[in-house]
Design a binder for this molecule. Structure first.
Ligand code: ATP
Ligand code: MG
Length: 340
């Protein structure tokens, strides 16, 4: 039995990212920051979901393989510590694919088609009859990921809530088929900012929407992104009262500025009139520069040593293999399938 299985802590954390590009501010505020705190409290697994990344990039596998190491550099740069968090690779854990196959038999097509996040993504990507079957069922593979680790807490953005709901349905159905409950239901851990809008003000910052500010963004990228942000279109003169609702600059100040009282005073001043967009943007730029500069520097150092990244991923994946194979064996045995 591994150290992780004998650990007496009361929660197990599993979360992950698709290696479809560099991680961005949405990941940082929605999930990465929580992971850095959680790794000191509980056993934590972080899965690089390369198979899931391929579900809408099947013809461009190089994009996914390249980004595995970009995402690793992001993890280490924000402070995910491989001595505390097990970082592992989905495609190197065959138990996850096998559990997916087993779970696909207990989920109807109607149920996967009803998942609102998947529905929105299908529309966004313009899939109709060209929809890859793998993409439609990726929530089932995500259920396999979570349950294989027997994770009960999942720090994610709010786009993932339908995935966790579907996971719990699978857990209950599968447990009812097994002689004893084997799979563990899970709960989302949402951060205070569970859906950061894109720098274009679009509903969600996403790698695939091209509206991100990445964790490795240069000082110039940060400056340009902040200066291009929409504010209140009716706030024409500095003296005019301005609106903070739907104003991306204030959404970001709320999310990233370290001094909440200062932001509250700025909001009040802006709404009253007399505070210019330029000054708000300067304040936002300064706080994003201060946040991202050290991350960018650490990121560069970690990216320069690919051999070290491979070693960390290999060690984490070996540990994860043991845990996930164990769950698969329990499920197979429970279903009466020979475990050979
Ligand atoms: P893709 O466009 O390829 O789906 P993505 O930017 O949506 O990429 P994912 O790898 O799908 O990123 O998401 C990884 C994790 O980060 C998930 O838990 C997701 O909820 C969270 N996350 C992603 N974008 C945001 C965001 N804008 N705000 C808060 N959390 C986010
Ligand atoms: Mg996504």
């Amino acid at each position: 039995m591994s150290d992780l299985q004998t650990h007496s802590a009361s929660h197990t954390i599993l979360t992950g990212d698709r290696p479809t590009g560099q991680l961005h501010l949405g990941h940082y505020i929605g999930s990465l920051r929580q992971r850095v705190a959680l790794q000191d409290l509980y056993p934590q697994f972080v899965l690089i979901a390369d198979l899931q990344g391929l579900t809408d990039n099947g013809s461009n596998p190089q994009k996914i393989s390249h980004n595995i190491f970009e995402v690793m550099a992001d993890y280490l740069a924000v402070g995910i510590d491989p001595a505390k968090t097990t970082i592992c690779l989905q495609s190197a854990l065959p138990a996850l694919a096998e559990l997916t196959m087993l779970y696909m038999n207990i989920v109807s097509v109607a149920r996967v088609e009803r998942n609102p996040t998947v529905k929105a993504e299908i529309a966004q990507k313009g899939f109709s009859r060209t929809l890859p079957t793998g993409f439609l069922v990726y929530p089932i593979s995500q259920a396999a990921d979570i349950t294989a680790f027997k994770a009960d807490r999942v720090p994610v953005g709010d786009d993932q809530l339908p995935m966790l709901e579907q996971t719990n349905e699978i857990v209950h159905k599968m447990n009812s088929l097994l002689p004893e409950p084997t799979l563990v239901p899970c709960q989302a851990m949402l951060s205070a900012v569970s859906r950061l809008p894109g720098i274009d003000g679009n509903a969600k910052m996403s790698k695939s929407l091209g509206n991100t500010l990445t964790l490795g963004a240069s000082a110039d990228d940060i400056s340009k992104a902040v200066h291009a942000m929409y504010t209140d279109p009716n706030h024409l003169r500095v003296s005019d009262p301005g609106q903070i609702e739907g104003n991306v600059v204030f959404t970001y100040l709320d999310a990233f500025h370290p001094d909440a009282a200062q932001v509250a005073a700025m909001k009040e001043h802006y709404q009253r009139g007399g505070l210019g967009d330029r000054q708000c943007k300067q304040e936002l730029e300064a706080c994003l520069q201060a946040l991202l500069e050290p991350i960018r520097e650490r990121r560069l150092q970690f990216s320069a040593d690919k051999a070290a990244l491979i070693e960390i991923l290999q060690a984490g994946t070996e540990k994860a293999r043991e845990v996930t194979q164990q769950t698969l064996a329990e499920v197979k045995r429970g279903l009466g399938l020979p475990v050979m």
